[in-house]
Write a protein that binds this ligand. Sequence first.
Ligand code: SAM
Ligand code: SF4
Ligand code: SF4
Length: 340
Amino acid sequence: MTSLIKPSSVVDTRGRPVRDLRLSVTDRCNFRCRYCMPAEIFNREYVFLQRDLLLTFEEMVFLSRAFERFGVQKIRLTGGEPLLRRGIERLISMLTDATDCEVTLTTNGSLLARKAEGLAAAGLSRVTVSLDSLDEDTFQAMNDVGFPVSAVLDGIEVASAAGLPVKVNAVVKRGVNDQDAVDMAAYFRGTGHILRFIEYMDVGASNGWRMDDVVPAQELIEAINGRFPIEPVAPNYRGEVARRWRYVDGGGEVGFIASVTQPFCGTCTRARVSAEGVLYTCLFAVGGTDLRRMLRSGAGEEEVVDALRQVWEVRDDRYSEIRSLDTVDLQKVEMSYIGG
Ligand code: SAM
Ligand code: SF4
Ligand code: SF4
């Protein structure tokens, strides 16, 4: 459905428009990936958001329509684990009915086999599944809840059979799963599911990130090229975060998201809204704007649109370009909360 009011564009102080909205639908997760929600911090005592603090589906749709007026074309549902949010299929239908945006989702895949058909029927465009290793011990140690590789692979196959294009994201941490990268490339090439390697990032303030743990994308490119020759491909669009490569023998594509060693802040068009409705203009933000309060105090669409414009116009973020030993220790918002 097209908004009644004509879209206006807004750019930030670095000339960047807003194109992608990442909506976190929950801060909870059934995994405890060491790089995201380490179990010693996200334990029984950890206080997650109470239900009444979460944005309702209606509030998410309201915000999405407001963002669409500025040029948002893609909405990604994330979290936490988005498939834990009850009724997510209904949210997807509501978003596809109320906007012209493409609606996508990032998931750890644990519930995908069960849910993929309903997600596809609700109008989801495609799905990104996070899977860091095909080695059982390594994967279970990384998700830290003993979740098996095979169940994620089943989810990928069911999603694909349901007609959802699938991308697979693997975060690579030195000495943990870097030795599995070429095997993952071997497994996914030729399947049509594009595998993308992500450099381990210093998101949040709890994962104990060190630069030494980052495996530069270039290193992985060389390792994969050594086994299956690859060549670079031009980006699909300006601002695409993954650098695209293809197998010379026609085995399809593989991507590299070099957020640490080759930052892409210059073309960053992403806005994030946490599950409780706080707007962040950078993944590494230390603060945001409370939209839920506005919505619940009766603000109308014009007021919300004005607030969004004001936030975006002064946006100056470029954390990955200025990352240093000093910035690593900032009290940044956790990724499971802000939405990956
Ligand atoms: N739970 C879902 C999942 O894992 O796909 C969605 C949320 S998760 C925060 C989104 C993405 O962020 C995942 O692909 C995950 O691997 C990635 N991620 C989490 N922590 C990260 C880190 N420290 N560095 C790089 N990527 C990270
Ligand atoms: Fe959960 Fe995703 Fe974070 Fe892993 S990366 S702990 S699956 S939110
Ligand atoms: Fe965008 Fe912030 Fe990441 Fe830079 S560091 S690409 S501004 S989210």
